[in-house]
Design a protein around this ligand. Structure first.
Ligand code: PLP
Length: 244
């Protein structure tokens, strides 16, 4: 059973790696410059451990407190493996402290209030010896202003970036993230996101990370400059349906 799961994950992983490599080649980009973040949300710790055994060192999680508990389990089971976990899902401010305990980076920072919550949370984690490094921040952009999907419209990105700077000891502005809205062609969504990113980076040359692309649209994202694709289903299989 477990061997079956491991070979399933190995196949999913090599398929995703091939897609990323092919998309980089088509886009004329340097091979290997796009990070493949394996999204393990809803899947158990044992799956993360299989992935580590298969060489994965960067994973994405989206739900707290499940993520924190799962990662504690994985770190206990694989004490010698160094890996990074990123928060890619929406963060409630009251969960900022627990996310700050485990996340290398938060991809989904979508308000000034959340910047404040994370900045304060990291300061407290550092004071309590729970982390040493600053937390990487990606500002999530919204292409359609839909509050359901979250994100900041372009006009609000600069103020949020300035707020991140106020936490120079605890936060580091890494770049931008986008989730392509339903109802727009992925190619058009990624082109629009890339244009916003280009204007943003012109003012913020240090914030070059661009987290864009998932199982369904990673080729479009890589064609438009993504530096990190967040891939769940294509590697892990369909997410289990959870009761609410
Ligand atoms: C779940 C999730 C993903 C992965 O989506 P797949 O379609 O399963 O690849 C990527 N980004 C975010 C923000 C997610 O919540």
């Amino acid at each position: 059973m477990s061997e079956d799961r491991r070979s399933q994950l190995a196949a999913g992983l090599s398929g995703a790696r091939e897609r990323v490599a092919a998309a980089e080649a088509v886009a004329g980009r340097t091979a290997g410059e796009t990070t493949l973040l394996v999204v393990t949300k809803f899947f158990p710790a044992v799956d993360v451990e299989h992935l580590l055994d298969l060489g994965v060192r960067e994973i994405g999680e989206s739900r707290e407190p499940e993520a924190g508990r799962k990662l504690a389990q994985v770190r206990a089971d694989r004490p010698d493996v160094d890996f990074a976990a990123d928060m890619i899902g929406r963060v409630q401010r009251k969960k900022a402290r627990s996310v700050a305990r485990w996340a290398r980076r938060v991809h989904s920072v979508d308000s000034i209030e959340l910047v404040d919550a994370l900045g304060g949370a990291v300061e407290r984690c550092v004071a309590d010896g729970e982390r040493e490094e600053p937390l990487g921040v990606l500002l999530q952009m919204s292409l359609d202003g839909d509050p359901e999907r979250g994100g900041l419209v372009e006009a609000d990105l600069a103020a949020a970036a300035d707020r991140v700077d106020e936490y120079a000891q605890s936060l580091r502005l890494d770049g931008l993230m986008v989730i392509a809205p339903l109802g727009i062609e992925p190619e058009q969504a990624m082109a629009q996101a890339a244009a916003i990113r280009e204007r943003f980076v012109a003012a913020r040359p240090e914030a070059r990370e661009f987290s864009a692309g998932m199982s369904g649209d990673l080729e479009h994202a890589i064609a438009h400059g993504s530096t990190c694709v967040r891939v769940g289903t294509a590697i892990m299989g369909p997410r289990p349906i959870l009761s609410p």
